[in-house]
Design a protein around this ligand. Structure first.
Ligand code: IMP
Length: 423
């Protein structure tokens, strides 16, 4: 019996994880996030109404399901309160189901401003979401961060934040003129902190108790493997480990307990923010993918860069994460293409490379080598069985599965909650 499943983004994030987590969390008793924070944007639907979740796990759609924010996360109290209000406005109950790890870290208004100023000040901007994620992790690893457990003594937190603010101005992480707005933002921040204090608890015991009692747990990754600070396209990455390796550190749950690791891949590739992207299409085809796929960032609204499926990068992701199955999302976006390409190797300095890690640090200088497939030119949305898919669609899916050496078990063919093929 599978009690613990992890869902991990296989590409640069935005693979459509929210919908799959929603589907897989329907009979689960606990859903946990283990990294990142409000930089994530997981789109789910309730009664055909679109809901974008940033910090709260998608299990919030399932009545009674516990939603855990793990110790690997950096949590923004202000955004969290706004998110709770938004969720309540959809008629969903949040009382007693949100649990925040004692030693998760807290994003303050200072972190958000540092993120913004840093992006503005450099011509090598990462294109962050400006949610203060990187600066909060910097303080964490610099051992001067603010943890959720600290919020229980807000007087001490105020002293600590005042000191950090003075330091940030002195070190020119932010500008003197930022001080007034940050001081104002802090009043909203402390108000939000007071509201989230009741959610802060020992989630380590909770998660292990659930596991020992054979309750079902779903682990929800945010962002994607290629944005991993250890294994991604550094420095154009996020500041956490969204790959499987982050689960253990960010949730206190050893990987030996996770039986099912599901890698989510879009049927093509997208990337938001800066950084190398070998299969990017800066032409009409890329535009077509962007508009058909409605490829705009769920958190920032930025246009996503689009390109063909990069099987070289995807195979690296499969190896790195140990996926035992794959979900392919947004297949229907490819319904109207005459030809569909898949990158099966890179050309690099006169050589043909299939080993992503070999060129990871020089991806701007690779050229994709494509295998072309006939488009199927037919609607896949609404098809419920794999066998009923057009011949050319099955050929495409099977090729990807063979190349990645992992079974494709779930295929998403539309945004609707049930537009899925379970293979
Ligand atoms: P940060 O996580 O806000 O620091 O941004 C670092 C990089 O990760 C930028 O390229 C962002 O666009 C990207 N990023 C962060 N969160 C997401 C996400 O949820 N989906 C896709 N890209 C993301």
């Amino acid at each position: 019996m599978t009690n613990i499943t992890a869902i991990i983004g296989g590409q640069w994030g935005d693979e459509g994880k929210g919908k799959i987590v929603d589907y897989l969390s329907r009979d689960v008793q606990l859903v946990a996030r283990f990294q990142g924070g409000a930089n994530a944007g997981h789109t789910v639907y309730k009664d055909n109404k679109k809901i974008v979740l940033h910090q709260i796990p998608s299990g919030i759609l399932t009545p009674g399901c516990l939603c855990v924010l793990g110790m690997g996360m950096v949590i923004d109290p202000v955004d969290l309160i706004e998110e709770i209000e938004m969720i309540n406005s959809h008629g969903l109950v949040t009382d007693n189901v949100i649990k925040i790890a004692l030693n998760s870290h807290i994003v303050t208004p200072i972190h958000k401003k540092i993120d913004l100023r840093k992006e503005e000040a450099t011509n090598k901007a990462i294109g962050t979401t400006c949610r203060g994620i990187g600066p909060a992790y910097v303080d964490k690893f610099n051992r001067c961060g603010l943890r959720a457990v600290d919020l229980k003594n807000l007087d001490e937190v105020r002293v600590k934040n005042d000191k950090r603010l003075a330091g940030a101005i002195e070190n020119e992480e932010i500008l003197q003129i930022d001080k007034e707005s940050i001081v104002n933002d802090f009043e909203i921040f402390y108000n939000a902190c007071e509201q989230i204090i009741p959610f802060i608890s020992d989630i380590f015991s909770l998660v292990h108790d659930y596991n020992l009692n054979n309750k079902k747990i779903l682990i929800e990754g945010a962002q994607g493997t290629l944005l991993d600070v250890n294994h991604g396209t550094y420095p154009f990455v996020t500041s956490s480990s969204p790959s499987t390796g982050g689960v253990s550190a960010g949730l206190g749950l050893p990987l030996t307990k996770v039986q099912r690791i599901v890698g989510i891949f879009k049927a093509y590739t997208t990337r938001v923010g800066k950084g190398p992207f070998p299969t990017e299409l800066k032409d009409d085809t890329g535009e077509k993918l962007m508009s058909l796929g409605n490829e705009y960032g769920a958190t920032t609204g930025r246009q996503r860069r689009c390109g063909w499926f990069d099987a070289v990068a995807a195979r690296y992701s499969v190896l790195l994460n140990g996926f035992n199955e794959i979900t392919l999302t947004k297949l229907d976006i490819l319904d109207d293409f005459d030809t569909i390409n898949v990158c099966i190797a890179y050309s690099y300095k006169g050589k043909e490379i299939t080993n992503f890690s070999e060129v990871l640090s020089d991806l701007n200088n690779v050229k994709p080598i494509y295998k072309s497939f006939n488009g199927w030119k037919a609607k896949t949305t609404g098809i419920e069985k794999y066998d009923d898919l057009p011949h050319h669609t099955k050929f495409y899916i099977d090729f990807i599965s063979d190349y990645l050496k992992a079974p494709i078990k779930i295929i998403s063919t539309g945004p609707g909650r049930d537009e899925l093929i379970i293979n």
